[in-house]
Design a protein around this ligand. Structure first.
Ligand SMILES: C[S@@+](CC[C@H](N)C(=O)[O-])C[C@H]1O[C@@H](n2cnc3c(N)ncnc32)[C@H](O)[C@@H]1O
Length: 332
């Protein structure tokens, strides 16, 4: 049992300017209907706020996925039988769901190398420390990697002979639109070997009223998460957004089939972004889309797997069938 941390991020300062971030902000704010993608929200603080979201009682994707991990941990163990496993957890955050399974795998005396990968170095450092506290008397080996998904995955998926099992949990796949999710899954397939597995968490389409209550908590955690984007732009690009001048609201859009979060300007205001040398105007109550969470049906999930070189192994549902962790095997 060893517990290591590797930082593959290009530099360790998350507030330094970076070209892709600046370009994405420029393009998004220049559109007639302003829109910024949710990946911009994630740094150490963004990842921490997401962990608060996971604790919300109405945030059913987390509640249901927890239930799935508790109910189906033996199913998972049966699928891998006695193989020595390398579990690669993409966007692990604090990995509290994965830990339920790791505990079970350790009790079943399986050999596991656990590799959490997250863009937040802070989240990975904390996770490695808590894994060490919890699992130091077991055979678990841990290598935490701070990196972008594929940079980390490609660094580890081919270097060992163990079976790779990639986790992509928390409905994170839903933060990309359907074509981008297809490309992501194809790239996963490219990075893995014949016979490797993936388990992807999908939030299933359900009553839009339930979706509404999941993304509009009375505690205001979703608002804090979305407004963190403004802090990020202030820090990285020298902008002067005033967070108090915006509110957040999320709703299901039947056309895009996603829950879309918007932040609305509560005053008529102009924001200056010094690194872009530009000003952007927000009219009173003008909205800007900041996050989307695409919903799936089971046939869509199956098509996504089969069109990208995977065979379906098993769908693990919660008792209400609100969420599914779908397990696929790489066919080459
Ligand atoms: C929606 S949260 C899911 C966290 C956890 N897997 C769960 O199910 O609760 C997404 C996580 O992915 C990380 N993340 C976001 N974009 C990333 C990227 N491009 N590469 C690596 N990690 C990323 C975030 O820091 C965050 O911890």
């Amino acid at each position: 049992m060893t517990f290591n941390f590797k930082n593959l991020r290009p530099n360790n300062n998350s507030n330094s300017p970076d070209q892709e971030f600046a370009q994405t902000v420029l393009e998004g704010l220049s559109k007639e209907r302003k829109i910024l993608p949710s990946w911009l929200i994630f740094d150490d603080r963004g990842s921490e706020i997401f962990q608060e979201i996971v604790e919300l009682k109405n945030y059913h994707p987390a509640v249901c996925e927890f239930e799935i991990f508790h109910t189906h941990k033996q199913t998972f163990t049966d699928i891998i039988s006695n193989e020595t496993l390398q579990i690669i957890d993409l966007g692990s955050g604090d990995a509290r769901k994965t830990m339920v399974l790791l505990e079970h795998l350790m009790k079943s005396n399986l050999q596991v190398h656990y590799i959490p990968i997250d863009i937040s170095a802070g989240a990975i450092k904390k996770l490695v420390t808590s894994l060490e506290l919890k699992f130091s008397n077991t055979s678990l080996t841990v290598t935490g990697i701070a990196s972008e998904y594929f940079q980390g995955l490609e660094a580890v998926s081919r270097e060992q002979f163990e079976r790779n099992f990639v986790f992509f949990l928390g409905s994170t796949i839903g933060n990309q639109d359907y074509p981008a999710a297809g490309k992501f899954v194809r790239r996963l397939w490219d990075s893995l070997n014949e016979g490797d597995y993936v388990m992807i968490g999908f939030d299933l389409m359900k009553n839009p009223k339930l979706l509404y209550s999941a993304y509009n908590d009375p505690e205001g955690v979703f608002q804090k998460f979305n407004l963190h984007l403004l802090d990020r732009i202030n820090q990285k690009l020298g902008a002067d957004f005033v967070k108090q001048n915006y509110v957040q609201e999320g709703h299901y859009n039947e056309r895009s089939r996603a829950v879309e979060s918007h932040i609305y300007s509560t005053v008529d205001q102009t924001v200056c972004i010094s690194a872009l040398n530009k000003e952007f105007h927000f009219k009173l109550w003008e909205g800007m889309q900041t996050e989307h969470s695409y919903k799936y049906t089971v046939p869509e999930i199956e098509a996504l797997a089969q069109n990208n070189g995977f065979a379906i192994v098993e769908h693990l549902f919660d008792s209400k069938k609100f969420f599914v962790d779908s397990i696929w095997k790489v066919k080459k």
